[in-house]
Design a protein around this ligand. Sequence first.
Ligand code: ASP
Length: 588
Amino acid sequence: MFRTNTCGELRLANVGQTVTLAGWVQRTRKMGGMTFVDLRDRYGITQLVFNDEIDANLCAEANKLGREYVIQVEGKVAERSNKNTNMETGEIEIIVGKLNVLNASLTPPFTIEENSDGGDDLRMKYRYLDLRRSNVRSNLELRHKMTMEVRRYLDSKGFLEIETPMLIGSTPEGARDFVVPSRMNPGQFYALPQSPQTLKQLLMVSGMDRYFQIVKCFRDEDLRADRQPEFTQIDCEMSFVEQEDIISMFEGMAKHLFKTIRGVELKEPFLRMSWDDAMKYYGSDKPDLRFGMKFVELKEVFDGKADFAVFNEAKYIGGICAEGCASYTRKQLDQLTDFVKKPQIGAKGLVYARVQEDGTVKSSVDKFYGQDVLQDLKEKMNAKPGDLILILSGPDVMKTRKQLCELRLEMGNQLGLRDKNKFALLWVVDFPMFEWSDEEGRLMAMHHPFTHPKDEDIPLLDTDPAAVRADAYDMVCNGVEVGGGSIRIHDPKLQDKMFRILGFTEERAQEQFGFLMNAFKYGAPPHGGLAYGLDRWVSIFAGLDSIRDVIAFPKNTSGRDVMLDAPSTIDDKQLDELNLKIDIKEAE
Ligand code: ASP
C-alpha cells in the first residue's frame, strides 16, 4: 500500500499504530538532535519527527530534504508533548523509521503556506504551486461541494443534465463572441457559446421538459474583478411554467445551497423588488440590501427655494442619510467629494448637511437655504441629531442615481455595513424589455431577444416599446447578480416581431435565428429558465470579492493565462491550413 493514511486524519486514537504517509515537505526545523518535518497533502499537515539518537543516518537524510520534496515515510504515531491545538493533527506526530524520497523539488518561487509571500503575477504563473496552499485549495473544495449539491437538488426535481456543443454559431447575450476558424469550411467560423440559450430552448421543443447543465460560457468583454472571459453557469430551462414556478424552483435551490453549504436555514420567501423601485431607491438593478440608506428624492424640497442654479437646473436631486456620521470631519467630507468626482463616477460635487444635537441643520449650502428648507430636508430624510445627509444632483436621472449608488456603497464600506457573513437575497422583477443604446442608436433587449414581454404590455410593443416590461427576473445577493432568467417567447410571430423591434431585418433574423424560429413552428411548449453564475455563488460563499480565486486556472485582467502563456501566435502552416492571414493594425 502506497500510504495507509492521509496527512489530515491521524488523531490521538491512532497512537501506537504503524502508518505510511506520503506528501510534500512544507518545512523542516532542526532542534537539537531532532528534525521536525511538516508533511502536507490535500487533507492536511502531519508532523514527522526524526531523532538523531535513534537513527543518525535517517536523521541526516531528513536534514537534506528541501521544501516541496515529495516523500513517503513509515513510522509510529506518537502523542505529542507539545500539542498544537490550531492543527487538526496537532496532538500527534510520526516517529519516522523509514524515509523514501519520491521526487526532489526546486526551491519554490514563493512560500507555499497560508500566507504566501508571492505577488499575484508570480502565483498565477505557478498556479499549480499556488493551488497547494490550503486557502486556495479550499475554494476549489467548496466549489466541488456546491456543484454536487446543485446536481443533487436538480436531480431530485427531475432535471436532466444534458451537454450542448461548444462549437456553435453566435448567441445573443450582448457581448462579443470568441470565434474559432473552421479548417474544413474555409473562411468560416464557429462561435463559442455566450450561453447555451438557444440550445436549451430547442431542448424544450424536443420535450426534455427540465434541463440543466453546469457549463462554460464565453464572452469577449473588458474584464473586471468579477468577470472572466470564460466562466461557468448553472444553466436551467423548464417547460410548461410561469414566472412563479421558476422563481420558486430556484429560490428552493438557493435555500438548499445555503443550508447544505453554510448551515443557514433561510425560511422566509426572498424579497421581491421591481426594477423601477431598485433604480429609484438604490440606483442599481442589483441593490446591496445588507444595509439601508435608501435614496430619498429631494427635488421638491429645494426646487425654486433659492438662487442655487445647481439644484434648480437639476433633473434629479437625491439624498442618503448616514446615521451617526454628523461627526465626519472636513477632511472626510472632502474625501467623499473627491470620491464622487472620480471620472469613473463622474458627479460634479457633493452637498452635505449635518443634523446637530439641537436639531438645527448645518449644510454646505447654508448660504442659499435657510433653516426652513433645511428642516424640511431633515424631515424628508427622516434624519436625527447626529446624522449626516449626503446629496447628489444632476441633469440625468439615471446617471445621478448611479452616482448616488456608488456613494451609498462607499458609505456602506466605510461604516462596515457590508458584512461578508451576512446575506441579503432578493429577486429583482419586472425588468424593462428594452434599453436604449446610444452606441447602436436603437433599442436593445435588456435580457435577451427571446424574453417574453408581460402579457398586459404586449399591445405597447406597437405604440410605446420602451415602456414594455418583461417576464424577466434576477436573483441578487449582497449587491451581486447571482443569476437571472426569463419566460421565453414560444410564438414564432411574436418572436419575429421582437426581432423587428430590435432592428433585425427579416434576412438577418432568418440567418441568425432561423433554426429557432423554424423549431417554434413545430409545437414549442411555453417555457422559461434561468442561469446562475457558479463562480459568483462560490465566491460569495467563500467570502471573496473576486471570482478568480474560485477558478483553478483563471485569466488575468488582460484575458491572458500567464501560466500557459495564452493566447499566443500560431505558426504559418497552421494559418495556411485555416486560410487565415494576420494583419495587425497599428495602435492609434
Ligand atoms: N442565457 C441567460 C444568460 O446567460 C440566462 C437565461 O435567460 O436563462 O444570462
